[in-house]
Design a protein around this ligand. Structure first.
Ligand SMILES: *[C@@H]1O[C@H](CO)[C@@H](O)[C@H](O)[C@H]1NC(C)=O
Ligand SMILES: *[C@@H]1O[C@H](CO)[C@@H](O)[C@H](O)[C@H]1NC(C)=O
Ligand SMILES: *[C@@H]1O[C@H](CO)[C@@H](O)[C@H](O)[C@H]1NC(C)=O
Ligand SMILES: *[C@@H]1O[C@H](CO)[C@@H](O)[C@H](O)[C@H]1NC(C)=O
Ligand SMILES: *[C@@H]1O[C@H](CO)[C@@H](O)[C@H](O)[C@H]1NC(C)=O
Ligand SMILES: *[C@@H]1O[C@H](CO)[C@@H](O)[C@H](O)[C@H]1NC(C)=O
Ligand SMILES: *[C@@H]1O[C@H](CO)[C@@H](O)[C@H](O)[C@H]1NC(C)=O
Length: 453
């Protein structure tokens, strides 16, 4: 990896490459999203007649030629199935007696089977807590002394019918440990708020991820639980099914625009295959207050995905019911916060959001503000002026190497992030003076791909 790699939350190690600036300007037009513009979305709680009741939420998003099925359940650990079909008529079929049996295979099906274009699942298996008191290194793994983890399979969950809101197309799974000897969750809960969308847009709350009709948003929030230490950090273990023998890849994308999530320039993306495919997208940021703001922003770190032994993970009956007894599970950890800065300890609040979808992941277009600044900065009312500016820039050597912190990054610092490219293992500034390496065509295309070795 190159010298731009670290510190993780620092910026400005590489000077902008003039060619990259140019390519950014030329490709700034928002490119159209593939997939359906709008979908007919319905949320249905599939009832059972059991005690204790089990939650099964079916989000069905119908487009002209396709249907997406998101099946969320708190049967076992919280999990979601993601199934895309190439017909507007596919349906979900549930056989509760089989689903709840010790061999749930076939208890949950999307029919007709030959219409399925993509399917996978995410399972949220464990909540971790770490004592970061003596950990000053933000990148340390684990980020502190671990306390015993909470298995999310051993949580009890509310009746989601009560939180189903057709107006916002959302529902919330709220749970607490069944056995809670330390009474940590006496006044607290862990919640998974699921929201579907019939068209593209952006929520008012940070991180304001751009969604489309092909996506669902999940907001995970830990609220009111008593931490076991004064400086507790939390983490979440997520398991998924690989397509074939390999684990899905996690890419890190950099943008030059933090218009919607101040001071956060990265977007992490888990892709199950080559685009278009299923994807998970998130900003590496969590919040320690309900009103997510820059002051309450915490870094969120993701470990690489590694193959996981299925028998070591809490099993999700819905995953087993749909996929049968597969064993190509992969898992990764997300950890929220650092020992310094704001934290869960401030208000006993932590939230983090992600987007789950199928097709081409949504891409933020450059905001008009940033485009305006770039136009002014480069003095580019016309190509002539641009070319003039380019010559000036080419002759202009990098003068300072400010190392601004994650939270202290002024929003104008986007220029510093240009040319910062971890994944390619190459710093733009490493090229011979005056000769810029061939720029990538898209400002968003600087990907770092992490794969288990
Ligand atoms: C869940 O709540 C819904 C609506 O409030 C109710 O009809 C249903 O019986 C509840 N389910 C169980 C199993 O308690
Ligand atoms: C739907 O399928 C029809 C026939 O295959 C095709 O003509 C049409 O362009 C498709 N529409 C979309 C939105 O993909
Ligand atoms: C559901 O599964 C049970 C047990 O496998 C089976 O006996 C029953 O016929 C199934 N019901 C339907 C409607 O397919
Ligand atoms: C932190 O370090 C201090 C001094 O080395 C030690 O006394 C204390 O027990 C440590 N705390 C934890 C939680 O490890
Ligand atoms: C829960 O809240 C109640 C009322 O606010 C308080 O008396 C009690 O001490 C809290 N319990 C825990 C474990 O924090
Ligand atoms: C938490 O902080 C208080 C006051 O600073 C201290 O008395 C207590 O021992 C600390 N608890 C732990 C578990 O470190
Ligand atoms: C997640 O972190 C915990 C605690 O550090 C560790 O035991 C577990 O193996 C990690 N899981 C993965 C998939 O890295």
């Amino acid at each position: 990896m190159c010298g731009c790699e670290e510190p993780r939350w620092g910026w400005g190690h590489c000077a902008p490459s003039p060619m990259l600036l140019l390519s950014v300007l030329l490709s700034a037009a928002p490119f159209g999203l593939l997939g359906e513009e709008t979908r007919q979305v319905s949320l249905e709680v599939i009832p059972d007649w059991l005690d204790p009741p089990q939650n099964l939420l079916h989000v069905r998003a119908v487009g002209t030629n396709s249907t997406l099925h998101y099946v969320w359940s708190s049967l076992g650990p919280p999990a979601v199935l993601l199934v895309a079909t190439n017909t507007p008529y596919s349906t979900l079929s549930v056989n509760w007696s089989r689903l709840l049996s010790p061999k749930p295979d076939g208890g949950l099906m999307v029919l007709p089977k030959d219409s399925i274009q993509f399917s996978s699942a995410l399972v949220f298996t464990r909540l971790f807590e770490f004592d970061s008191t003596n950990t000053s290194d933000a990148a340390a793994k684990p980020p502190g002394k671990p306390y015993p983890p909470y298995s999310l399979a051993k949580f009890s969950w509310n009746n989601i019918s009560d939180s189903l809101d057709p107006a916002t197309m959302s529902a919330t799974f709220q749970g607490r440990p069944i056995h809670d000897p330390t009474k940590a969750f006496a006044n607290g809960s862990l919640s998974f708020r699921v929201q579907a969308f019939s068209r593209s847009g952006r929520p008012a709350q940070p991180p304001r991820l751009l969604h489309t009709a092909d996506t669902c948003q999940l907001e995970v929030a830990l609220v009111g639980a008593s931490p076991q230490g004064n400086r507790s950090l939390f983490g979440l273990e997520v398991a998924t099914l690989g397509q074939g023998p390999d684990c899905p890849s996690v890419q890190e994308q950099h943008s030059i625009d933090d218009e919607y999530t101040p001071a956060v320039f990265q977007l992490h993306q888990l892709l199950w295959g080559s685009v278009p495919t299923g994807f998970v997208q998130w900003r590496p940021v969590a919040f320690s207050q309900k009103q997510g703001s820059r002051e309450s922003a915490l870094p969120c770190q993701a470990s690489p995905l590694y193959p996981a032994l299925a028998y070591l993970l809490p099993q999700s009956p819905i995953v087993r019911a749909f996929f049968g007894s597969q064993n190509n599970f992969c898992a990764f950890n997300l950890t929220f916060g650092a020992s310094t800065g704001p934290g869960y300890w401030d208000q006993h609040y932590l939230s983090w959001s992600m987007l789950l979808g199928v097709g081409t992941p949504p891409v933020d277009a450059l905001s008009p503000l940033v485009l305006g600044i770039m136009a002014v900065a480069l003095g580019a009312p016309g190509l002539m002026l641009l070319a003039g500016g380019l010559f000036l820039l080419l002759g202009h050597k990098r003068t300072s190497e400010t190392n601004l912190n994650f939270l202290g990054t002024p929003r104008w610092s986007f220029l510093h992030t240009l040319g910062r490219d971890e994944g390619q293992g190459e710093c733009w500034r490493k090229g011979p003076p005056g000769i810029a390496p061939l720029p990538l065509l898209s400002p968003f295309a600087s990907n770092g791909t992490q794969r288990p070795k």
